[in-house]
Design a protein around this ligand. Sequence first.
Ligand code: ITT
Length: 199
Amino acid sequence: MPTLPRLIVATRNPHKSSEIRAMLGDTWEVLDVNDFAQLPVIEETGHTFLENARLKAQGISRLVAGWVLADDSGLEVDALGGGPGVWSSSFGGEEGNHAKNNARLVSAMRGQAVRGARFRCTMVLAKAGIAQADFCGTVEGRITDEPQGEGGFGYDPLFIPDGYQLTFAELGQNIKNRLSHRAQALTQAVGWLAGQAQN
Ligand code: ITT
């Protein structure tokens, strides 16, 4: 069997890399920073998804060989002026604590009539410490009153994509991976990589 090309995802969030792995099927070998013992945590000091994705992609690609893909993403809620946005991961007061993030969102949205929201994802591809290309994906939807469903991660139990009546957590991975912000950005990123391989 021929060896698959390798893509290293500059994330510590295993949910992101497992979605990316599922979407790429058997076309790429997908690893993330948890597969490498010695990689540092890259500080996300940017104020935009693009700045943070660049920091992660460049920082990790200085330390590993081959293509590195970073994903910076988040939820923008209209009633919260577009927040939590780049600060989605620590909205509840503790970095990466999805239960606290969801509890804060439920309470911030209680009694709120305007429920529109979107997930955004910016991906950056880098090699040898240099960012080479970036890609964006967005999925529009609305925020539920209470969490619904067990699948996915993060804000998925609170987000119903447009055209559906169920949350991402209820719709399951197959449907989420067809519609999501991450799926849209990833389709462009792998298309770009395929073009590079032909050059
Ligand atoms: P890395 O920085 O290590 O990649 P992270 O989870 O901290 O992991 P971000 O800084 O990009 O990643 O923050 C993204 C946050 O946005 C994430 O923790 C969730 O709270 C939320 N989020 C992003 N994509 C999501 C999705 O598909 N479903 C639900 N929540 C999502």
